[in-house]
Write a protein that binds this ligand. Sequence first.
Ligand SMILES: Nc1ncnc2c1ncn2[C@@H]1O[C@H](COP(=O)(O)OP(=O)(O)OP(=O)(O)O)[C@@H](O)[C@H]1O
Length: 479
Amino acid sequence: MTQTNQQVTTEESFAPVVRTESLTKHFTENDSWLNRIRPNREVRTIRAVDGVDLSVQSGEILGLVGESGCGKSTLARTILRLIEPTDGKIYFGDEEVTSYSGSELLEFRSKAQMIYQDPFESLNPRYTVRKTLVEPMEIHGIGDNKQERIQRAGDLLEEVGLSKEHLDRYPHEFSGGQRQRIAIARAMSVEPELIVADEPTSALDVSVQAQILNLIFDLQQKRDLTMLFITHDLAVVRQICDRVIVMYLGQVVERGPTSELFQHAEHPYTQSLLSSIPLPDPNLQRESIRLEGDVPSPINPPSGCNFHPRCPKVIPPENWAHSHEEWRRVLRYKTRLKNGDVQPEAMRRELETRQNSVTDDDILDALYEEHVGEWTPSHLGSQEGKKNSTQELPPSVEEEIRRSLNVAITDSNTKAVKLVDELWNTVCATDIPDEIVTADMRSASCHLYDETMPGQPDRAIGVVGSKAKSSAPNLEERK
Ligand SMILES: Nc1ncnc2c1ncn2[C@@H]1O[C@H](COP(=O)(O)OP(=O)(O)OP(=O)(O)O)[C@@H](O)[C@H]1O
């Protein structure tokens, strides 16, 4: 892997408040007791968080972004030990908290608090505001006596924009925004060092979202809090976060200081996310990058780089002599074949409902049309995309695809997959990319930045993460 003499600053150059090493959380699908006693039940693993290294520095707001289902909430809950990690380590300051239990865990929970997305669910409807705020103080030994705790509860209410008169009311007597203010006051009541805010405004009316966001930001500034802020709203990230981590399918794909990442995203996934943010000036135009297909299931993530089936910049096979758009069309076919979406028998049955006799050639033509024929280019605005959307694939490529379809029809899907793998292989499908340092505090997990790849931009200046710990002598030692 790349090593140079260039000194770079990475997250590891500082003393973080919280840090994870290869943090992993897998769930078991349908893990109910009823399912567990079923004979021959199929056990499938959901790889919700898959080896995440992150650190949140003292006093910063670290944004965690990614599409729905990429593992943000699971990562947050695992860091706070609200659910147990499957593997990996969590450090709070210098101490490893992964194995904490009893009083140690209780103390950790007072130092690291969560603000949830939905204040309707996070507040106990049977507790008055007084009890909601005073009870955590009692449990964690904050305040000398009951009177002092009640006094603190009233002060906290005022700090979050409510008043002491609200102490004896119940959650149902408040609006959504007010309830979130109470939840924020509760998180603050135990004087935490770390706040994990999980989409704290997304369940609220648009009219109050900005107020709650400002409140969180003001408290963070005033109390010099360290914060992990989870959101799918990139405009919010740009507004309040110092640094950003981008997640895709349980893994970190890019990280960096907010302004730099927004100015120049390095990972193709981040580039596509940013391309969807509306520009402030309606006269300005930007090419929107449309991703192919949906986010794959974390039960069966793609091989190699798990973004590769949707990646607009997926690296073509070494001997590829055609356009990139054509390569992506072939890759889409390959992905469908691998996922079991190319189904000769189902196609045969469908054709039989329409015609008297069905030959293998009919099935082949119909499968080709379904899985290769229609194609919407990823770069809708690009000239190359427009041109290729109306063009046939090069004859040699079409011939090979038809050959593999014939194998799927007359032999097996497994053999067809083997054939297309031999024909068109890409490093993006075979190798998991290292997290490559591309600049100070910046890294991307993408083969495009791996300088050992022929013809790739030479931007790599190191490797980060636990995978690379032993081989990254140029990264500054932690201070
Ligand atoms: N308790 C659970 N049991 C089984 N699967 C789970 C559980 N919690 C989460 N998952 C799965 O783990 C994956 C990650 O979910 P998670 O809620 O962490 O994503 P997210 O990025 O926070 O999504 P969102 O933005 O929609 O909240 C999803 O596929 C989800 O279905």
